[in-house]
Design a protein around this ligand. Structure first.
Ligand code: ADP
Ligand code: F6P
Length: 320
């Protein structure tokens, strides 16, 4: 391959810039020209494409967000949109595309692959909900950002002897709540992958109070329900006066952790290595601490992300 392109799509994630840098620098190192596509698939269809040089990706490894910008662009789910995208890639004489994004973005890469255009997916989302990888770029930063907030909320919860519901992002996945909850010593973690009984939650809160516990923190994944609805339902089981804190998009920004930067660098390097060998239709991941490349069609059609539920059980047994 002589020319490749790279885009970021869907919800941005800290570490996407580090991945863009890795792809660009590795490609240039190997004598391949690199083009950056702005605004994900929207920019691809519009032909918003520019050549990237070594210095273009300087001073971005430490920045959150994505300097190629991102977009939600439902039109790319249509064949018409996809063919327009391929037309633009051909116009720029690009032979392969690296897509950094989440599940939806992977479906775009899958569509390009089905049309015969080599595309490689790199998992980039704070949600950690992509099949074919144990971890996604941005997840580690996100859980550390949540953790910082949980620690702060614990201070005020203790001072006022209060119960807090902390709602965190994750779309339909509970990974962020699970990891940040265990790390933050949450009294309970509520995730879509585990059914819960509000009466049990209330009992846990009341038992803590009865033992003289000063704070009570419940980490709630947004995929279950809204924080305020949860607080209302909890109040049907007792006089808890729970405060609700919705962390929201705060968790999607910020400088990536070392772990996310390293993951992004490894994935970016691997993507170029694969394209160099003429390989497309793959998605990169980390399995048992090894970088792997799986067939993107098989991964999306047959794979399913599962959170590590041992964390849930451990939390039940050690945090109360
Ligand atoms: P994420 O990649 O973070 O999961 P989205 O679900 O919003 O975010 O997907 C990002 C983009 O990927 C969409 O806006 C759209 O352009 C593209 N996309 C999503 N689903 C498909 C699909 N089924 N086929 C082709 N492209 C898709
Ligand atoms: O997929 C990443 C994510 O931040 C989810 O956790 C969240 O549900 C969603 O994106 C929010 O999307 P938007 O930024 O479009 O509101």
């Amino acid at each position: 391959m002589k020319r490749i392109a790279i885009l970021t799509s869907g919800g941005d994630a800290p570490g996407m810039n580090a991945a863009i840098r890795a792809v660009t620098r590795k490609a240039i190192h190997d004598g391949i020209e690199v083009f950056g596509v702005n605004y994900g698939y929207a920019g691809l269809v519009a032909g918003d494409i520019r050549k990237l040089e070594i210095s273009d990706v300087g001073d971005i490894v430490q920045r959150g967000g994505t300097f190629l910008y991102s977009a939600r662009y439902p039109e790319f789910a249509t064949v018409e949109g996809q063919l327009k995208g391929i037309e633009q890639l051909k116009k720029f004489e690009i032979d392969g595309l690296v897509v950094i994004g989440g599940d939806g973005s992977y479906h775009g890469a899958l569509a390009l692959t089905k049309h015969g255009f080599p595309a490689i997916g790199i998992p980039g989302t704070i949600d950690n909900d992509i099949p074919g990888t144990d971890f996604t770029i941005g997840f580690d930063t996100a859980i550390n950002t949540v953790l910082e907030s949980v620690d702060r909320i614990r201070d005020t919860a203790t001072s006022h002897v209060r119960t807090f519901i902390i709602e965190v992002m994750g779309r339909d996945a509970g990974d962020i709540a699970l990891w940040a909850g265990l790390a933050g010593g949450a009294d309970d973690i509520i995730i879509p992958e585990k059914e819960f009984d509000m009466a049990d939650v209330a009992k846990r809160v009341q038992d803590g109070r009865d033992r003289g516990k000063k704070h009570c923190l419940i980490i709630l994944a947004e995929g279950v329900m809204k924080g305020h609805d949860f607080a209302d339902k909890l109040s049907e089981h007792g006089d808890f006066h729970a405060r609700v804190s919705v962390l929201g998009h705060v968790v999607r920004g910020g400088s990536p952790t070392a772990r996310d930067r390293v993951l992004a660098s490894k994935f970016g390097w691997e993507a170029v290595e694969l394209l160099k060998q003429g390989k497309g239709g793959l998605c990169i991941g980390m399995k048992d601490n090894q970088v792997v490349a799986n067939d993107i069609i098989d991964t999306l059609e047959n794979g399913k992300h599962k959170p590590d539920l041992t964390l849930y059980q451990i939390n039940k047994e050690i945090s109360f």
